[in-house]
Design a binder for this molecule. Structure first.
Ligand code: UDP
Length: 378
């Protein structure tokens, strides 16, 4: 009998399995795909670690989380500084003084503030993404950096989207062009897959196994199920299907050591059908004569497709609540798919450690607390 059957070898499932195994619980991890690591998966293409399901950059302000992941891989000091290509012109991004210099020739924070004051559209209470951006930076920046990219990405007009989607991005009046404000940032050297192999070392993992095809067997073999897949599928879509944005990737090997000189270029006009052009070797630099490029095309989603971005509108959130209310008592959930939330990797790690801590606390007679170990690592 297993204490936990963990459904999904992505970040949530793998961290939870590690924590509970270290505490003395018996865990089995099953994974539908034929590989570990969920959407963090990287594959080796001639020595270059390709982010198969889109670029993943680990960043966090939480020292505990940072030290935790560094136990399982060595992280490089990558920081994300993408560029924007708008109708053939290249800009620094996210919006910072370099961007505003390139756009308007302003050279100091004061000049930039003054110009922005003049550009801002006075909207007292912005109610959507478009209004919010216009009220912050005005029409030209909205058109150059946001409108086309956002419409492609979400398949709808920015005025139909909540501003929370874009408030993730900084707007800086300094020359700092780092995408993230976090203290810690990096990519595991040798790729993410290696990090997962290390996380799951010594834990039984079965890949290519669909939990839902043999649910009774797994349920009778475990005291608890930790389910990290989508809840609508778990309940056979009985209340309806969640809506996601999909992605299609077009990968190309180019015979040149460096094709674009940076990890990501965002194509922000609406006409170019892809949103980003990724050159993977810049995430984890290697010396090769070739390079691997991926173009990322946003796509409508249908049942059976890979899930990327949850469309968190009111209907989706209500559906999620209804499914959560129906979960059997011995089911625990976590991660992006099961919680139907867009989560950064550091949030997933923190929530998996937290759930493991809670589980350990319920069975202190048998399970040893590894909270202390994790804290000491910090
Ligand atoms: N965004 C944009 N232009 C860009 C990059 C991002 O307008 O060049 C907007 C877009 O609406 C996107 C949101 O900012 O959905 C969040 O971007 P982020 O880079 O966080 O998206 P992710 O990396 O998660 O795809």
């Amino acid at each position: 009998m297993h204490d936990y059957v963990i459904v999904g070898a992505g970040l949530f499932g793998s961290v939870f399995a590690r924590q509970m195994t270290d505490a003395g619980a018996k865990c089995l991890v099953i994974e539908k795909r034929h590989h570990l690591a969920g959407n963090c998966y990287t594959e080796d293409v001639g020595g270059i670690h390709v982010h198969r399901y889109g670029p993943h950059i680990f960043h966090t302000n939480d020292e505990l989380v940072w030290n935790y992941v560094n136990r399982f891989a060595r992280f490089n000091r990558f920081s994300y500084r993408p560029k924007v290509n708008y109708r053939g012109r290249i800009f620094s991004f996210p919006i910072n003084l370099t961007t505003l210099y390139q756009l308007w020739g302003v050279k100091t924070p004061q000049q930039a503030q003054q110009r922005l004051e003049a550009e801002r559209v006075p909207i007292e209470r912005p109610t959507n993404l478009e209004e919010w951006i216009l009220s912050q930076v005005g029409c030209e920046i909205y058109e150059t950096f946001v409108y086309g990219y956002t419409k492609k990405q979400w398949g709808r007009e920015p005025k139909e989207l909540p501003s929370s989607i874009i408030r993730r991005l900084p707007i800086r009046m300094s020359w700092n062009d780092d995408y993230f404000n976090d203290r810690f940032c990096g990519i595991p050297e040798g790729g993410y897959t290696r990090l997962f192999e290390s996380l799951l070392e010594g834990i039984p993992v079965e890949t290519g196994v669909d939990f839902l095809e043999d649910r009774c067997r797994f349920e009778s073999a475990a005291k608890k199920i930790v389910y990290t897949g989508p809840l609508d599928r778990l309940f056979d879509y009985s209340l309806g299907a969640h809506d996601w944005r999909g992605l299609r990737f077009e990968q190309e090997v180019v015979n040149t050591p460096d094709d674009q000189g940076v990890a990501a270029i965002n194509f922000t006009d609406y006409e170019t059908p892809f949103t980003r052009r990724i050159e993977h070797k810049h995430f984890d630099p290697v010396t090769t004569d070739h390079t691997v490029i991926t173009r990322e095309y946003p796509a409508d989603w249908k049942i059976g497709d890979e899930m990327y971005y949850p469309v968190n509108n009111d209907a989706g959130l209500e559906l999620q609540r209804d499914y959560v209310a129906r979960l059997p008592a011995n089911y625990l959930i976590g991660g992006r798919l099961a919680t139907y939330r867009y989560l950064d990797m550091h949030q997933v790690v923190a929530s998996a450690i937290h759930l493991a801590d809670k589980e350990i606390a319920t069975d202190q007679g048998r399970l040893k607390s590894i909270r202390i170990t994790a804290r000491r690592a910090a």
